[in-house]
Design a protein around this ligand. Structure first.
Ligand code: SAM
Length: 272
């Protein structure tokens, strides 16, 4: 209350009530955890990392609204989204005008920066993993989580994806199959570039052949084949995945079921 010291104001919380409030706050964090994922998805779809990257320097809210071609009426929305993104570590913000007294108006008060996390979501960068994030957060892949308890109750081994879609992940629509392959390729490229440049000689140096089992569109195999042309690289994947691949001199694609046959090679690569 006005005029009272903080200490005078403070009423000790009953120990039980304090734990109850902590429990509620923990529960709220768990309940609304999806907001982090969905605001990440929204940021990629709007192109926020791309626009900040293209801008070449940290950006204000008003510059961001303009560069994203969003209606000016959405300024408040964007301000709130940016707060979430800063909170989750996807963006960072710094104060540009220390003398400003207008704390409520972020428009010219803060500069928004990319963080190491959002830097790998810039579409024009070779290590861009946006396709992976967008596909993993696609409603087709999120909806199985909504029916996880139903999947538990089914008397069988049917995955939650099948319960949600009445078909398996590997038999699903062409569109999701294509997106999924692109998603995994972006992840494989990101990771294998680092693996090959740091530990490539140790891991792959002495090999004459390698088969990437469930290797999708061959992103990992192409990176290995480029760095180690002496290694015969083979990718085994399901017929529908291999059918969409064009023939290559660097990597041989073999269609089949890994549970029935794996092409012989000195080493097997299994990456999920
Ligand atoms: C999670 S993805 C991993 C793709 C790739 N290894 C990567 O990490 O980027 C799994 C892959 O296994 C393939 N796959 C699933 N079942 C398979 C099977 N029975 N035999 C061969 N490949 C299979 C899928 O088509 C898909 O490309």
């Amino acid at each position: 209350m006005a005029g009272h010291d903080d200490d005078e104001n403070k009423q000790a919380l009953d120990g039980d009530d304090e734990s109850l409030l902590e429990a509620q706050s923990h529960l709220w964090n768990l309940t609304f955890g999806f907001i982090n994922s969905m605001s990440l998805k929204c940021a990629i779809q709007l192109g926020i990392p791309d626009v900040i990257h293209k801008h070449g320097q940290p950006i204000t809210l008003s510059q961001l609204i303009t560069s994203l071609n969003l209606p000016i009426s959405k300024t408040d929305w964007l301000r709130r989204l940016l707060r979430l993104l800063v909170h989750s570590g996807l963006l960072a913000k710094t104060i540009i005008n220390n003398n400003s007294s207008n704390y409520d108006n972020d428009d010219d008060y803060y500069l928004y920066h990319l963080t190491p996390t959002s830097s790998i979501l810039v579409k024009e960068k070779p290590n861009n993993v946006s396709p992976f994030v967008l596909t993993m957060l696609d409603s087709a892949l999120v909806s199985p989580w909504h029916v996880l308890s139903d999947a538990f109750k089914c008397n069988g081994v049917e995955p939650a994806f099948n319960v949600a879609h009445a078909t398996g992940l590997w038999e699903t629509s062409e569109e999701l199959n294509k997106d999924f392959n692109e998603a995994m390729a972006s992840d494989a490229k990101f990771l294998m570039d680092i693996v090959v440049s740091n530990w490539g000689d140790d891991v792959f140096g002495g090999l004459k052949s390698i088969v990437d089992v469930g290797g999708g569109s061959g992103a990992a195999a192409f990176i290995i084949a480029k760095r180690f042309p002496q290694i015969k690289c083979t990718v085994l994947d399901l017929p529908r995945v291999v059918a969409s691949m064009s023939k290559s001199e660097m990597v041989e694609f073999v269609q089949g079921d890994m549970f029935e046959f794996i092409p012989p090679a000195h080493a097997v690569l299994l990456k999920v």
